[in-house]
Unconditional design. Sequence first.
Length: 428
Amino acid sequence: MENQLMEKIVALCKRRGFIYPGSEIYGGLTGTWDYGPLGVLLKKNIKDLWWKEMVQLRSDVVGVDAAIMMNPTVWEKSGHLEAFTDPLVECKICHQRFRADKKEEVKAHEKTHKEKPQWTSPQKFNLLVKAYLGIIEGQQDEIFLRGEITQGAFVNFENVVSSTRVKIPFGIAQIGKAFRNEITPGNFTFRSREFEQMELEFFIRPQDAEGDKWFEYWRQERMKWYQALGIKKENLRFRKHEDKERAHYARFAEDIEYNSPFGWSEFEGIHHRGDWDLSRHNLSYVDDDGKKFTPWVIETSGGVDRSLLFFLIDAYAEEGDRKVLKLNPKLAPYKVAVFPLLANKEGLVAEARKIYEVLKPWMMVAWDARGNIGKRYFAQDEAGTPFCVTVDFQSLEDGTVTVRDRDSAKQERVKIVTLLEYFQDKLQ
Ligand code: GAP
């Protein structure tokens, strides 16, 4: 059943234009995915809503957008060159490689061989992706694509303090791509080699009580955000990191996990990074009274791709033979779809087109005049469009249209002149 659900989600994503395999026409590239017309809208909505919550609505957080390619010294200082590793084991029979700490994946592989499995002993495998920069062959600099977006906030700490009015406690927010040479990419977009993160680095005074207070504050804030956007409470939980799994930079850490078809899985980490990063980069802060100190950092680090995947899974429902994505309207790629009842009746098409043009400057509106009306509803349900407007013959007589609600599939007649206000009200 669970595998079936993942298969259905993957198929729906391809069919409706949410997510395609990366470089598909050339056989793909493991661990990469391309977002299609609907996926890109959903992704943008997630990022915009995150930015609104974490930056726009707050007065203690500012944003940055740092370069993906950084001076390699950053990764030496941050500890990633030495410690950003996963334990790799190789199957001696078929030479496939796995993460030794992912016991279920190792066990599942063992079942694929008749012979008694034999493994190499675990070796540290660094996840940073290398790149080569420069124009002279043989004299290029080896650099790393960023393994976490985080370091871009730290290396700009002094720039932000000196160019804005922020005072501790304050945060630096950032959204952007990160790259990891994952040993076993898998579970659709869940473990990819190129993905996007949305992160807050929140700088506080270095005292234990302060750290606990802000850690608790941010873990609650982040959980509330996912719930407010519709992820079912019973599918969310916190999980504390055990000592042996904690990242090299973390004093302590907790994940927000989702009850996915492939088990409870992390999609946001809340990390108490202490003074690890700023002291490694030799950065400090001077208080109003002239006292210099190294701030501590509480980090919230969410995955855009993983949260998108879990928003989709959580919203997916089958009702009779209709499949519907009951996405929160704020997340839905298209807010409204407009149809003429019949594509070959000029009067209906012209009126529907007028409505489409009126709504379009205000929200993402889809147009569909293909096939029969039932098929169009079916397609919009799968796309998660909250409302469908149909212009029929009555519309030409009394200036009303039918508005169909995605979740209840019920229809009501609404005056055309009030439509914009009607949707703005519903979509707030
Ligand atoms: N700066 C801290 C940091 O990067 P992390 O727990 O390694 O922490 C944070 O990553 C989030 O980034 C994860 O919760 C997940 O949502 C996302 N993420 C990490 N690795 C990923 C991968 N291989 N594919 C997709 N998303 C990933």
